[in-house]
Ligand binder design. Structure first.
Ligand code: AMP
Length: 281
């Protein structure tokens, strides 16, 4: 695996590969890698000739400075995991390399209602920061395919919209969420949970599995209320439990029994905010 810290060096290298007709697959991350990230890398390797991963903890997407400061950094382990997975290129830029003109974005991304609901509502400015960093990364890497995890369902929709807004000819490939044996969605933030919190955390996925089992045509309000109550009883501070149209993410109060639905949860265990989602049908 080749490590690049400078955008220009990475661009030179990728351009040479592309000139040979090799397709470029890209999986951006914030590091503290786990098997979920590695599954993305494995999927890239199945589809593309050149596998590019980036690790950059993007300051502009953290609405809570404490969350940014405490974001886990495990770079040596990350490099080992990527090497083992057969990743070709790792881009680890500094903040100055990513944002030579400063942190303030020169551009506002027209995400519409997508940034007014769920994560957008509870983390103001978060998706603008996500678009800012991914825009810059896409300009540098110019991938054929962009690989994202369903774990961040709304982010997948936002970035699909970003690719559209930028008019880039990039295919977005969404990869399934990898879970621990007990069902907890793998996440870098899980490293911040203490032993007790780790045991409690499993309730998020349990709530989603229960929703999937119990969902039936008609009113959805009581299911969301029950789920919120369950999580609160198990020590969470719930930001939202929502059942939404899987294509548009519009929150749903009723189900006609046919529309594709996704349930999404965001909740704090003390300081640590966890998110998860599951397709209902
Ligand atoms: P992050 O480092 O958390 O920004 O995540 C980098 C990429 O990995 C994003 O596309 C995430 O959606 C994806 N990802 C994170 N957790 C998982 C998981 N448990 N399973 C699959 N993909 C994941």
């Amino acid at each position: 695996m080749i490590l690049f810290k400078k955008a220009a060096d990475l661009q030179d290298h990728i351009a040479k590969q592309r000139a040979k007709g090799i397709s470029v697959g890209f999986a951006p991350t914030m590091g503290a890698l786990h098997a979920g990230h590695i599954s993305l890398i494995e999927t890239v390797k199945e589809h593309d000739g050149l596998t590019v991963c980036s690790i950059f903890v993007n300051p502009t997407q953290f609405n809570d400075p404490k969350d940014f400061e405490k974001y886990p950094v495990t770079i040596e382990n990350d490099i080992n995991m990527l090497e083992k997975a057969g990743c070709d290129i790792l881009f680890i830029p500094t903040v100055a390399e990513m944002y030579p003109g400063g942190l303030v974005s020169p551009q506002h991304y027209e995400l519409g209602y997508l940034e007014t609901i769920l994560e957008g509502k509870f983390r103001p400015s978060h998706f603008q920061g996500v678009c800012q960093v991914v825009h810059r990364l896409l300009d540098i890497v110019q991938p054929d395919n962009l690989y994202l995890g369903q774990k961040d369902y709304q982010q997948c929709m936002v970035l699909t919209k970003l690719v559209e807004l930028l008019g880039k000819n990039i295919k977005v490939i969404i990869c399934p969420t990898l879970r621990e044996n007990d069902g907890l969605a793998m996440s870098s933030r899980n490293m911040r949970l203490n032993e007790q919190e780790r045991l409690q955390a499993v309730n998020i996925s349990q709530v989603l599995f229960t929703l999937k089992k119990d969902i039936k045509p008609g009113d959805l309000g009581y299911l969301k209320d029950n789920a919120t109550e369950y999580l609160t009883k198990h020590g969470f501070k719930v930001d939202y439990v929502e059942i939404a149209d899987a294509k548009t993410l519009a929150p749903q109060q009723h189900w006609d029994g046919t529309a594709k639905l996704v349930a999404l949860v965001a909740a704090f265990l003390n300081e640590v905010r966890l998110i998860d989602n599951m397709l209902m049908n």
